[in-house]
Design a protein around this ligand. Structure first.
Ligand code: ZN
Length: 331
């Protein structure tokens, strides 16, 4: 890092010097565009990681989709949880279940989030679970129950769940001290049980898991990152308009460093997703979510199957997400 910082400072000096020379030779009517140097972001991934990220995330998504539709309280959702737990435990992450019953407009519902912490070599589980952590990264495991449809939610959000398992894999192997600073959460009950999601002081439908987690594991972390609807073959990441400025800035700088900034940006509106309860309860959180629309043929429609997912797009967006986590932890 020290070497990078020196190079970076050198670059600033060069650029300031250059812009001074350019300004001094131009007439007043000419517009001088000063190139700002890139702020230092922490890149721990490599271009060569993308294929493995995408390929492995795709395989996890395929296995999860293979369990069938996984709405709240379904057997397929429980199989999904067991799959995630076993994949994480193989990679030295400890998993806890956070079960609760919520009163909904459709009666009492049982939900179960999975929470995971990295177990560094030689550390016992009690110490791991008691230790502080600085960030939370999550994705939702349930699918929307759509009457009359065998809706398996490959993009929404098996791909993002697969990415989170691979993030755990990569961080544990290549950045274990960073892995120990984050908590991973696999949220149940993101989807509304009725037609539309809403989240108000007067009541809610959807975001059951993230609301319960934020309310009951109420530690204020420095940052939260949610992955949702990632890996679709025409992916354009558009984060909510009200994303925390520091996370959005770093996201865009990392996307620029990876040469994919044209596929990343901000929506012109807020989006209701699992980052909302986290932010409300004190952890500033960003939702790395790609564009979706009821006209796209897959979002909450029968077309949301494995052929919508792209290994390449899963890989690219996971790489950006991992480097965003690393950048926050390097601060
Ligand atoms: Zn959905």
């Amino acid at each position: 890092m020290k070497i990078n910082r020196n190079i970076y400072l050198g670059l600033i000096f060069l650029m300031v010097g250059t812009s001074f020379v350019v300004s001094s030779c131009t007439s007043e009517s000419e517009v001088v565009i000063e190139k700002k140097p890139l702020r230092e972001v922490t890149i721990i991934t490599d271009k060569s990681d993308e294929w493995k990220f995408g390929n492995q995330a795709y395989k996890h998504a395929d296995n999860i989709v293979g369990f069938g539709p996984r709405p709240a309280q379904s057997k397929a959702l429980e199989k999904t949880r067991q799959y995630i737990q076993s994949e994480l435990e193989k990679r030295s992450w400890s998993v806890k279940r956070q079960s609760f019953v919520a009163d909904t407009s459709f009666g009492k519902y049982q939900f179960v989030n999975l929470i995971a912490r990295y177990v560094p070599e030689g550390k016992d589980l009690n110490t791991v679970w008691r230790s502080e952590h600085r960030g939370v990264v999550g994705a939702h495991i349930d699918t929307k129950k759509i009457p009359g449809l065998n809706y398996v939610g490959a993009v929404d959000a098996a791909g993002s769940v697969g990415q989170l398992i691979e993030m755990a894999d990569f961080m544990g192997k290549h950045a274990p001290s960073m892995a120990a600073e984050i908590e991973l959460v696999f949220f149940d009950g993101e989807e509304a049980l009725g037609k539309n999601m809403f989240y108000k002081s007067a009541g809610k439908d959807g975001l059951y898991g993230s609301h319960y987690y934020a309310l009951n594991r109420n530690r204020k972390r420095e940052f939260g990152i949610i992955l949702d609807l990632l890996g679709q073959k025409n992916q354009k990441v558009k984060v909510p308009s009200d994303s925390p400025a520091f996370l959005y800035k770093d996201l865009m700088e990392i996307a620029g460093r990876h040469g994919v900034s044209e596929n990343f940006g901000k929506a012109s509106f807020p989006i209701l997703d699992d980052h909302v309860p986290l932010s409300i309860f004190g952890t500033p959180s960003i939702d790395i979510i790609a564009e979706f629309s009821s006209d796209d043929g897959w979002w909450h429609q029968k077309g949301d199957t494995m052929d919508q997912l792209s290994v390449e797009q899963l890989g690219v967006s996971l790489r950006v997400a991992i480097d965003l986590v690393a950048t926050q932890l390097e601060k």
